[in-house]
Design a binder for this molecule. Sequence first.
Ligand SMILES: *Cc1c(COP(=O)(O)O)cnc(C)c1O
Length: 228
Amino acid sequence: MLIARNLAAVLDRIHQAERAAGRPEGSVQLLAVSKRHPPEAIREAYAAGQREFGENYPQELASKAEILKDLPGIRFHLIGHLQSNKVKLAVRFASSVDTLDSPSLAVELGKRAASRPEPLPVLLEVNVGGEIQKHGCSPEQLAAVMEAVLAQPSLRLRGLMTVPPHTEDPEGARPFFRQLRRLRDRYGTDLLPELSMGMSHDLEVAISEGATQVRIGTAIFGERPLRG
Ligand SMILES: *Cc1c(COP(=O)(O)O)cnc(C)c1O
């Protein structure tokens, strides 16, 4: 019951932020980030109406998708780094790959995704904070990655994603969210309709800066168990 209650509270925060930003209710999609939580936790969220989930590790995504395949309409987004040796898994089990960040990965993913009945939706991850330990292309590399994706008929370019540097104060993320939005605006919403940004502690800031998708883990599922 706790997960259902948390989910309702998060949806409420999202709706309030949509209103505050003068955006229509339902314009922001909730991705429930279930990494390191057991499949039963996902079932609980699903029973409460949640359909879109985010997972960080391709192996974990694949095993959960397999265990939960009895749930109609459930969708798993890969929101963690994708290594080329895991592309096959991602193509088979993910509904969307939200962390594409290089031309070579686009080529590899595009080749594999040709086996899918429908093109694979992808978001391009941009490292707007320029942190060396983070994945994502630089803003300068974005055009090349975008071009590589557009050249793959089995990939469907949907938008941009970012994980900003962590700051205690959620307002600290605002300049990075704004930078992602500006990058998007350079190409337009036809080419890049989705902006995936905002997590448990800063979703309001992200929505006020134009997020169309927020990725929420802790506020729904609680603290993550350590990796075993
Ligand atoms: C874990 C994770 C989230 C969720 O973070 P919370 O702070 O638990 O809401 C969102 N996005 C990415 C890429 C993550 O790895």
